[in-house]
Design a binder for this molecule. Structure first.
Ligand code: PGA
Length: 237
């Protein structure tokens, strides 16, 4: 595991984008896991800039998003489908056929959708690089604290603090109480993991003083997979 501490959010975003671009240069048909939320916004901005100014090519990239709310159609303004279109996909030359996001549409059979998603990752040959954020309560994707380490993609209930935190984005709309998320076991099979942590609200989750920059939830992962040492973390000072 490598921990990179950056002086500010801009440097975090640039560092994350550079690591991703390096991986894309090494393998143009990279299988990439992608997060949503506030933290990766700067990284997406950097990637879009590289495409617009230097023609960085995303045409062979295959992406798999971490999660999606259950009960929101893909075109809902607060869905992660919409977030990804707005902040990344519509601004680069990724092929729509190469984009994968769990379908959380109303009425979807969440178990079948989770199985389909898990199989899609498997059929693609697994994830080469997985970029993840971390919640203030330590959740990774929508795997809330206490999730099984061998969990696969599945429907989950969101923790009350996760729902409360999301109300700032949903305004008058009700925040969904459930979501489909990649499982911890699914994520651990990625060949490399890049964890991004930004903002003071993440300080406890990252728990710098007590565990030398390894977040609580990640320490558990690492206990299982320590030998592989495949995780990099970038966080703000
Ligand atoms: P944030 O969310 O980037 O909006 O802080 C991260 C997360 O909850 O995983």
């Amino acid at each position: 595991m490598r921990v990179l501490v950056t002086p500010d959010y801009r440097t975090l975003s640039r560092t994350a984008a550079e690591l991703l671009i390096k991986a894309l240069h090494a393998k143009s048909n990279l299988r990439l896991g992608l997060p949503t939320g506030r933290t990766p916004l700067g990284m997406y901005e950097e990637l879009v800039k590289k495409h617009q100014e230097e023609h960085l090519d995303f045409s062979k990239l295959m992406t798999f998003n971490l999660d999606e709310y259950l009960g929101l159609p893909a075109d809902h303004p607060k869905s992660y489908h919409t977030y990804m279109r707005q902040h990344f996909f519509e601004q680069v030359n990724i092929s729509p056929a190469n984009i994968h996001i769990p379908d959380g549409s109303p009425g979807i059979d969440a178990d079948r959708e989770s199985e389909r998603y898990e199989k899609a990752i498997h059929d693609a040959g697994g994830l080469d690089l997985l970029v993840v954020g971390i919640g203030a309560n330590g959740h990774i994707a929508f795997n809330e604290p206490g999730s099984a380490f061998d969990s696969r993609t599945r429907a989950v209930d969101l923790a009350p603090e996760t729902i409360a935190n999301a109300t700032q984005y949903f305004g008058n709309d009700r925040v969904p109480a459930r979501a489909i998320t990649m499982g911890i076991g699914t994520m651990l099979e990625a060949r490399r993991i890049l964890l991004l942590a930004a903002g003071t609200s993440k300080a406890d989750a990252v728990d710098r003083r007590r565990c030398n920059c390894i977040p609580v939830s990640l320490r558990v992962w690492m206990r299982q997979r320590i030998a592989q040492c495949k995780c990099q973390m970038v966080h703000e000072q």
